[in-house]
Design a protein around this ligand. Structure first.
Ligand SMILES: Cc1ncc(COP(=O)(O)O)c(C=O)c1O
Length: 432
């Protein structure tokens, strides 16, 4: 593939934006300028077409520019938008849907991004418990703010150490956030014992998709629920990726474990900007949207017609059509196909995944936490993805990234992808 238009436009982008991109990890080689998206496909400025598995990091559960969702958004904008006072009919309708489907959601509030949602959930937990500390897991990502931006994709020598994700963070915020290993229940129990009475909340991606797909061991999420209840710690499921993608009621429905608070975003509105924090009414009424509430909750764009209409339409599609059945079936087809190819070609790899999400780690066992992922051959992982990209299969060429299937992907897309993957793996020398 040739990218002359992308290269020229990237130069231009660099003149007015630092690095030419508007989110840090978008700066990858080759630097593409995208100009069109439809269903399972994206197109760059040079007219190259890709089957898209990046899916903008997860929102596109139905596919790009989905006509039903876009139609509902356009219809909403024909009559309404944003008021900054009172409530809209769209907010009421969406809140009812979420509270009906998501087990932990007795009440819900809308904001605009997953980072806002986790920020609000943590601040609420601190107010409810009167405690300060937070527990997160190494490798999990919960947004860019100071409460959570530590020990994310740490370099291997920083595991178990203080690893702030950014310059300029509040030192106190870094230190009040404790870090445990995913799937290590005794480690969490020990941390709870050591900081007895000091921990406000534990926040977890129920499946840590920010490192690909590491599944919770049987009993792990149940164990967290039990420990949190015993120690008066609020359990926050960060379902910004898993929510709505794995089930309309979130992964909590699949796991049968109900957290105290849930954060949601991404697949909630098929790519339109909206997110949510939800939980028990006794906690949610501490937000100062409720008269007398003492936990600040605000945002100029909260509940905008674009996001609420898009989310209603996305959830309607999930209610009416076999969205999850389709993406789960294609996910299985992809994983089965990959395993068969690996076996036939003698490729050492572990195919991880759940539902519509999958990734191929170049290692020979199932990882159970971030530390295990040191065994993944990162250079090969990235090179493999670059090779696929050159052949029109878009998976982000970056270590430990997951891939997403949407309702717009077809059997033919999966078959074509598997064929190209086989070609790339056969040219093993070029990806080693
Ligand atoms: C699990 C999880 N939580 C929170 C966030 C932050 O969401 P946003 O990028 O919308 O702020 C992300 C983003 O990738 C995420 O994956």
């Amino acid at each position: 593939m040739q990218y002359p238009m992308s290269a020229a436009l990237y130069e231009k982008a660099n003149l007015t934006a630092p690095g030419g991109v508007h989110t840090s990890i978008r700066n990858v080689e080759p630097h593409l300028i995208f100009t069109r998206a439809e269903g399972a496909y994206i197109y760059d400025a040079d007219g190259n077409k890709y089957i898209d598995y990046q899916g903008a990091f997860g929102p596109y559960i139905l596919g790009h520019n989905h006509p039903y969702v876009n139609g509902k958004v356009v219809a909403a904008l024909g009559r309404t938008d944003l008021y900054g006072v009172g409530t809209t009919d769209l907010e009421i309708e969406l809140a009812e849907k979420i509270c009906r489907h998501v087990p932990s959601a007795e009440q819900v509030l809308f904001c605009n991004s997953g980072s806002e949602a986790t920020y609000h959930a943590i601040r609420l937990a601190r107010a409810v418990t009167g405690r300060v500390k937070l527990v997160k897991f190494q490798g999990c990502y919960h947004g860019w703010h100071d409460y959570v931006a530590r020990n994310m994709l740490s370099s291997w020598d920083m595991i178990g150490k203080r690893d702030p994700g950014s310059a300029g963070m509040l030192e106190a915020a870094i230190d009040e956030t404790l870090v445990c290993d995913f799937n290590d229940l005794p480690g969490v129990a020990e941390t709870f014992r050591q900081f007895q009475g000091e921990i406000a909340a534990l926040i977890v991606e129920p499946i840590p998709h920010n490192i690909g797909c590491v599944m919770p061991k049987p009993g792990f999420l149940e164990g967290l629920r039990k420990l949190c209840s015993e120690h008066g710690v609020l359990l926050i499921f960060d379902e910004v990726i898993t929510g709505f993608r794995h089930h309309i009621g979130g992964f909590q429905t699949v796991a049968g474990v109900t957290p105290d608070l849930t954060t949601m975003g991404k697949a909630m509105a098929n790519g339109f900007p909206i997110a949510a924090v939800a939980g028990k009414k006794e906690y949610m009424t501490r937000f100062n949207t409720y008269p007398g509430g003492d936990v600040w909750f605000a945002g100029t764009y909260n509940g905008h017609a674009v996001g609420t209409a898009a989310a209603i339409a996305t959830l309607e599609m999930m209610e009416r059509e076999p969205v999850h059945e389709h993406v789960f079936r294609l996910g299985e087809k992809m994983r089965d196909g990959l395993r068969e190819i690996h076996q036939r070609l003698g490729v050492e790899a572990y195919v991880a995944g759940f539902g519509s999400v999958w990734t191929t780690y170049f290692m020979n066992f199932e990882p159970t936490n971030y530390t295990d992922l040191q065994h993944n051959d990162a250079a090969k992982y990235i090179r493999y993805r670059q090779k696929l990209l050159e052949k029109g299969i878009f998976k982000l060429p970056m270590n430990l990234k997951r891939n997403h299937i949407s309702y717009s992907h077809t059997d033919a897309d999966i078959e074509r992808t598997l064929m190209i993957i086989e070609q790339v793996l056969q040219e093993e020398g070029t990806i080693a």
